[in-house]
Design a binder for this molecule. Structure first.
Ligand code: NDP
Length: 471
């Protein structure tokens, strides 16, 4: 998808939160990738309040790069030569005055807010007041709001100073190669389109499983939960890719228009269509409240109210401390209308499976006849492709796109609002909480939720694959 040709690339990159965890884990490695692979050659200014000098930022960058990938001395030297640093608090206007000076001749800077969400509005307003927001792009980290009302409020704050086309709301799942491949497979192969609807699809399943708990992120997770962490954003974006209509133009808004239209057609999920779970032992994690009712597992049933999808249930589940680490989608096709061979063909026989992590795979499930006299078969899966998912790190792709002004992989105001609208009735304690054993597939109630549309298709992953996922 192309950005409109009049759009100019950014001529400076500012990242707020330069001393933070995200900068260390994702931003420095992505910047190195952009310098190495895409010739990024603009001033890059880190901002933080750590009392650092530029040398300390450079050391932090070196440490991050040493930790995250093979050494590439020329690219690293080039990146370090582009770095600048501003120290200061975001509540202090002098921080932004210094930033303006440092931006010098830059006319179209990109400001990346890798800071706690409570600071998004503050930084955006301070940028505007200082003059550094003029013709600038703004990249906003997740989470975008805590519910529908707070997301609207945040949008309002940002839109006071930045036009919608200059706001890039990150959902890093959108930068993942296998998620892009889902869309590509659908729209590069017209044979799928005639069967991609209620006439042929019985149900859809999406599973995002992690075989580890909340690790050392107890405080963060206990204020978030599985719904806000992955369902409301990543998994609904996967639904959009899976179920949207083909875009009708070449520019990136055409893609976002279709995603928005699909999400707006979703029926808000009701409490009866939800199972929340918490793994046994979660409340002992540091930072978690001893009486926490935050879910570490969620399963939901979702419906899209459109001619294409009317009546097709979409089952989505996500959880921590499950048996494997993987994200998989399965489109389950209808059974034959009658039993031609007197054999009851199982419900899950005809399907299309997309593995989105840790590796990428696409498989088509078919019923294949057993050799012999009898007309009976086995379920087989034809593997169309299986490959590593490590083409280009999502943050590198997204940061590169934002610098070019290409927003097709980013959230738009109406898309974010549609996502919150879908989950607004099932946030927090709106539904009961069930416990489950670590290493299981979650509470038994989730089996009842899927009922006759099941069973859940439990993805299989080897331990080696799982290691790749966490890297
Ligand atoms: P951290 O808490 O590690 O870092 C935030 C940064 O903001 C630090 O550099 C901190 O500086 C700085 N900061 C905080 N308050 C101020 C202030 N008043 N003035 C100046 N600097 C300030 O957060 P993360 O890096 O983990 O996350 C950043 C954003 O990215 C968040 O919105 C988060 O939700 C999102 N995110 C993070 C992920 C991750 O893996 N970490 C994953 C997905 C999203 P100091 O250290 O000096 O206080």
């Amino acid at each position: 998808m192309a950005a409109p040709s009049a759009i100019m690339p950014s001529d400076a990159l500012v990242f707020f939160g330069a001393s933070g965890d995200l900068a260390y884990e994702q931003i420095f490695p992505s910047l190195l990738g952009l310098v190495r692979d895409e010739g990024l050659n603009i001033p890059i200014i880190g901002v933080a309040r750590s009392g650092w000098e530029l040398d300390q930022l450079k050391q932090r960058a070196r440490d991050s790069l040493a930790h995250h990938g093979p050494a590439d001395p020329p690219a690293q030297d080039k990146l370090l030569s582009l770095l600048g640093y501003i120290d200061g608090d975001y509540a202090d206007p002098s921080t932004f005055a210094k930033l303006n000076d440092a931006l010098g001749e830059a006319k179209r800077p990109l400001h990346y807010l890798a800071v706690p969400p409570s600071l998004f509005g503050t930084v955006a307003a301070a940028l505007a007041k200082s003059g550094a927001a003029r013709d600038a792009r703004l990249v906003i980290e997740k989470p975008f709001g805590h519910d529908r009302a707070s997301a609207k409020l945040l949008n309002g704050m940002l839109r006071k100073n930045f036009p919608e086309e200059n706001i890039f709301r990150i959902d890093h799942f959108m930068g993942k190669e296998p998620v892009q491949n889902l869309l590509y497979t659908r729209f590069a192969n017209p044979m799928f389109e005639p069967i991609w609807n209620r006439d042929h699809v019985r149900s859809i399943q999406i599973t995002l499983a992690e075989d580890f708990g909340v690790r050392d992120r107890g405080r963060f997770y206990d204020a978030t939960g599985a719904n806000r962490d992955v369902l409301q954003n990543h998994l609904l974006q996967i639904v959009a890719h899976l179920a949207m209509d083909p875009p009708t133009g070449e520019e990136f808004e055409a893609m976002r228009d279709q995603r928005a239209s699909l999400l707006k057609a979703a029926r808000p999920i009701v409490p009866e269509d939800v199972v929340r779970g918490q793994y046994i032992g979660y409340r002992n994690v540091a930072g978690v409240r001893p009486n926490s009712t935050v879910e570490t597992y969620i399963a939901v049933r979702l419906f899209i109210e459109s001619w294409r999808w009317e009546g097709v249930p979409i089952y989505i589940r996500a959880g921590k401390s499950l048996p494997v680490t993987t994200t998989e989608v399965s489109v389950e096709f209808r059974r034959p209308p009658r039993e031609t061979f007197g054999e009851l063909v199982p419900g899950g026989s005809a399907h299309m499976r997309f593995r989105l992590s840790p590796d990428m795979a696409i498989g088509v499930g078919l019923r294949v006849k057993q050799p012999g006299e009898r007309m009976v078969g086995n379920d087989m899966e034809l593997m169309l492709t299986a490959q590593p998912a490590t083409f280009r790190p999502p943050y590198q792709r997204l940061l590169g796109d934002a610098l070019q002004g290409n927003g097709h992989l980013f959230g738009r105001e109406d898309i974010i609002d549609a996502q919150w609208r879908i989950v607004q009735h099932i946030l927090d304690d709106a539904t009961p909480l069930y416990s489950y054993h670590p290493g299981s597939w979650g509470p038994d109630e989730a089996t009842q939720l899927i009922g006759g549309d099941g069973p859940w298709r439990d993805p299989q992953v080897t331990r080696t694959d799982a290691r790749m996922a966490s890297e």
